[in-house]
Design a protein around this ligand. Structure first.
Ligand SMILES: Nc1ncnc2c1ncn2[C@@H]1O[C@H](COP(=O)(O)OP(=O)(O)OP(=O)(O)O)[C@@H](O)[C@H]1O
Length: 205
């Protein structure tokens, strides 16, 4: 899987958030999109994911060097982001089952193992609406990181996590995301510790 942006720009109304982004995201590489609050990191990640439409330039996805239709890219990626809500009425078990209707977990990961690994094994029957904010974030990370997809998109992945949660996040990335493309939007080193490639959104104003 490869993603290329060519002269890509996004505006909301009359305000350009970024312009002339030229970037290539390669299989297995880790990238951080950096910048201060409100600079456009999340917006760029959403443009890369196809959730937001860009206003100029192109975003192209390639699978085995052949272009992939934008509406098929979501089969190849998972996203954990503060603006992507969980279904509050579901229990943890139902949330995982629902997710597994669209994505498979990596071999060896069952719903029980996924819950245990992120410390939520005793909450299988609890509704998500009764989860703390940190528990919700652990669930989002589990659904994203355990999915068997080549591209992982993470927006502020340690939001609401305590110190143990941050350590868990780093272990999950190290253990389960080795060979995948990861793009992290962040301004916290603990979140993008694994990214060799770093880009600043401020370079595209
Ligand atoms: N739907 C929208 N309509 C209008 N403006 C928007 C919309 N979404 C985001 N913006 C604006 O785009 C700019 C970039 O926002 P974005 O969330 O991408 O920043 P960020 O770098 O991720 O910030 P943070 O670090 O605070 O999460 C901000 O000025 C924001 O107000």
């Amino acid at each position: 899987m490869k993603i290329t942006l060519d002269q890509t720009g996004k505006r909301f109304n009359y305000d350009w958030i970024f312009r002339r982004v030229n970037a290539t995201f390669e299989a297995g590489q880790r990238y951080a999109i950096l910048g201060p609050n409100g600079s456009g990191k999340s917006t760029l990640l959403q443009v890369i994911s196809g959730h937001l439409l860009h206003n100029e330039g192109t975003v192209t996805y390639y699978e085995n060097n052949s272009p992939l239709a934008t509406d098929l890219f979501f089969h190849h990626c998972t996203i954990a982001a503060p603006y992507l809500e969980l279904i509050e009425e579901f229990t943890l078990a139902e949330s995982i089952d629902f997710h597994l209707q669209f994505k498979q977990f990596i071999p060896g990961i069952t719903p029980q193992i996924a819950a245990e690994t992120v410390g939520l094994q005793s909450s299988m029957r609890k509704q998500v609406k009764h989860f703390s904010s940190g528990m919700k974030q652990r669930l989002k990370l589990a659904l994203a990181i355990f999915s068997d997809v080549p591209v992982l998109l993470l927006d502020e992945p340690c939001t609401n996590l305590d110190a143990a949660g941050v350590k868990l996040y780093q272990e999950l990335i190290t253990t389960y995301a080795k060979d995948r493309m990861i793009i992290v939007s962040s301004n916290d080193e603990q979140e993008y510790f694994m990214c060799e490639q770093r880009m600043s959104i401020l370079d595209y104003k």
